[in-house]
Ligand binder design. Sequence first.
Ligand SMILES: NC(=O)CC[C@H](N)C(=O)O
Length: 429
Amino acid sequence: MAVKAIGIGLINSPTQCFGLQHPIQPKVRVFAVRCSVAVSPDSPSAAGLGERPWKTSDARLVLEDGSIWRAKSFGAKGTQVGEVVFNTSLTGYQEILTDPSYAGQFVLMTCPHIGNTGVNFGDEESSKCFLGGLVIRSLSIGTSNWRCVETLGDYLTKRNIMGIYDVDTRAITRRLRQDGSLIGILSTEESRTDEDLLQMSRSWDIVGVDLISGVSCTSPYEWVDKTDPEWDFNTNKRDGKIFNVIAYDFGIKHNILRRLASHGCKITVVPATWPASKTLEMNPDGVLFSNGPGDPSAVPYAVQTVKELLGKVPVFGICMGHQLLGQALGGRTFKMKFGHHGGNHPVRDIRSGRVDISAQNHNYAVDPATLPEGVEVTHINLNDGTCAGLAFPAMKIMSLQYHPEASPGPHDSDLVFTEFIELMTKSKQ
Ligand SMILES: NC(=O)CC[C@H](N)C(=O)O
């Protein structure tokens, strides 16, 4: 069929809307729209478009197994080492980028299309991006979200974080699932040979490194912000009582603090090295041990602090906090093959039988067989049966291996914040 173009757009440009007219039946018009958003040529998201899609590979990801992945760069330039983990979340890349638990890691998103919501002021989970780099399949050529203030590429450049795209993220994910997490080097530097980069990847390890000291705050501060009422989804069972909570910052995410504040907690955030004796002097109603990056066995000082607080005050551990509690109770933690990273992990609360879909981000887990008598496994991950939660009621302890605060991820497990309030209430009586 011969058709006449009545409107043109540049191929692969953001204004890619075509109108085609049928020669015999001029009323038949076919509109082919190649993108979901029209972007004016001088808008911020149009910046940098000139380099896509014909930009040639200018970056490499070299994995310690000897595989070399050519890609295109965005964000910062340079050379960076990290452990590659894959994240299965479909949304929430900005919260992932600012989760301090990713320090030392490259996050590979299995969702193939990233960047279309840009970044905004409200989705930051900490003061900066601590991860080593971002690996994605396809970088969105436009942004379309009412909260967007900046493109993902500009955001990463300003924060000096490397990103690569146009790389086969499915193939890398299959490799990680088969062989386990791998150390890799991201580089945009042509002067470095593949052999140099391979050598670098093989001479670095994330195991045994204290990454918490690089992300924790350096002095105590008060936290007051609650979840914005517009976003709050669980306002049940709050009776207006105030609880004083000390939150140990091992790499804490803001949404843990917001959820605690929304449940009536007055929070003092303290550094990872804050002595247990000082915490007890502050006479808290409860203590929170936060999430945090890296190997729990690399931070014996934190385990010691947790030990000194056990039984003296109600405690709640989240992720790294849960692992530190496991060790403080005398248990062992181990490194998993490729960990859990994503917003679609089913967990069962063994006590009630309830199944939640949860947000997870961890490479280590507690071995329940090594825990002393009295410690209950309360939750299990239904994908692989690993321990996802612990409780020791006699010692006023509760903990979860995953992220009840979500951000990003489902809110199913928000009820555990109510459980922590109940633990503190009981202890006060
Ligand atoms: N989110 C976290 O607290 C991560 C815990 C720990 N760094 C791990 O990878 O297992």
